[in-house]
Design a protein around this ligand. Structure first.
Ligand code: M6R
Length: 352
């Protein structure tokens, strides 16, 4: 059941600390500074990684590929529906990772089968033990988020992001101590957001908007895309996510005082540049909602602030995403949408 929540989506958003704890359990050894993923213990370090996925899982894959690259492994991300092994150069030792909550998505299954036929080693990163992806791939790594009922994926997104970081670290053997400590703290940080979020008030303030923008750079870019997808899916309103730097290359023309822009402003190398993009929005009269761990630095630039605890810059976007899940939920809730079963959508998409 929904354990007292009005919707599975809200229940699942609130289950994230537990889901993340389960994903991390027994895999991180902070003392030895290593990550061990039992499922891939026999997997060699790949020369290159190709992620294939759809929807929310694609956004998690974008984040994961970025982390692999930071670890020094060539990594690319493909929409499963656009992936063809024939047009992607596949060298020796290429690992193709299908990120799929259900393990049943037809587009992702086809891409994995094609990759396998082309000689790649395949790995399913999935939530469902015994799913088609888990059975058919050479390897399966479980994200252990627990059952997700809501059509809109929430808790599985963060778990997929964490699983990708764990997988890369396990395969490469590089474990940054501060990153491992941040992963340990992640469930508590998410809990802090769940306990203190002002997302409901922010949703209320921008209920009338026809369109919502989300911007972020680096690890926050996939989170911006994910927030827009979630908003479209459950509120039925137009929403778009952009790499913050792309705003001035076109979409800025759409920004007026009726276009709320949610900016992911977590501390790190991308903070200052994203803040200048925020100034460009402000100058056009666009309302700015900052999702940030640095409230002092954004003062004067943001109309609303959604605060997140300070943590490692790689992990912060995972926490920031929770604020935006809640914003989309409360907008949809106030508009009376059928949140758990949006029109035209199915939980598992089994046709190409
Ligand atoms: O089960 P999968 O992760 O393969 O599903 C992929 C997409 O269909 C899924 O993430 C979809 O985009 C969700 N409804 C997003 O909330």
């Amino acid at each position: 059941g929904k354990s007292g929540y009005n919707h599975y989506m809200l229940k699942e958003i609130n289950e994230q600390p537990r889901a993340l704890r389960q994903c991390l359990r027994g895999r991180v050894n902070e003392l030895l500074r290593i990550v061990q993923v039992d499922e891939v213990i026999n997997l060699e370090t790949p020369n290159a990684v190709q992620f294939v996925a759809c929807g929310t899982s694609y956004h998690a894959a974008l984040y994961g590929a970025q982390f692999f690259r930071e670890c020094g492994v060539m990594a690319q991300t493909f929409l499963a529906s656009e992936y063809t092994a024939a047009t992607v150069p596949m060298g020796e030792g290429t690992l193709v990772i299908g990120v799929t909550q259900s393990g049943e998505t037809a587009d992702t299954m086809r891409a994995l089968r094609e990759a396998s036929a082309a000689g790649a080693t395949t790995l399913a990163m999935t939530n469902v033990v015994g799913s088609s992806a888990a059975r058919e791939c050479d390897h399966a790594m479980y994200i252990r988020a627990g059952p997700e009922i809501s059509v809109a994926a929430t808790k599985t997104f963060g778990s997929q992001q964490v699983a990708a970081v764990l997988l890369a670290t396990a395969l490469i053997g590089v474990a940054d101590q501060s990153l491992l400590a941040a992963l340990r703290g992640l469930p508590d940080h998410v809990q802090t957001v769940l306990d203190s979020s002002r997302a409901r008030d922010v949703a209320e303030a921008y209920l009338d908007a026809d369109s919502y923008f989300f911007i972020g750079r680096g690890y926050n870019m996939p989170v911006a895309l994910e927030a827009a997808l979630k908003t479209k899916e459950i509120t039925y309103k137009h929403a778009e996510g952009f790499a913050a730097g792309e705003l001035k290359h076109g979409p800025l023309a759409l920004v007026t005082e009726d276009t709320p822009v949610f900016a992911l402003l977590t501390a790190g190398v991308n903070f200052e540049k994203t803040l200048s993009n925020v100034r460009e929005v402000e100058a056009r009269g666009g309302p700015v909602i900052a999702v940030t761990d640095s409230p002092k630095e954004v003062k004067g630039y943001a109309d609303h602030v959604l605060e997140v605890p300070e943590t490692h810059s790689t992990v912060a976007p995972i926490v920031a995403n929770v604020q935006l899940q809640l914003v989309s939920y409360w907008i949809a809730n106030r508009l009376g949408r059928p949140i758990d079963k949006p029109r035209n959508l199915a939980k598992s998409v089994t046709v190409e």
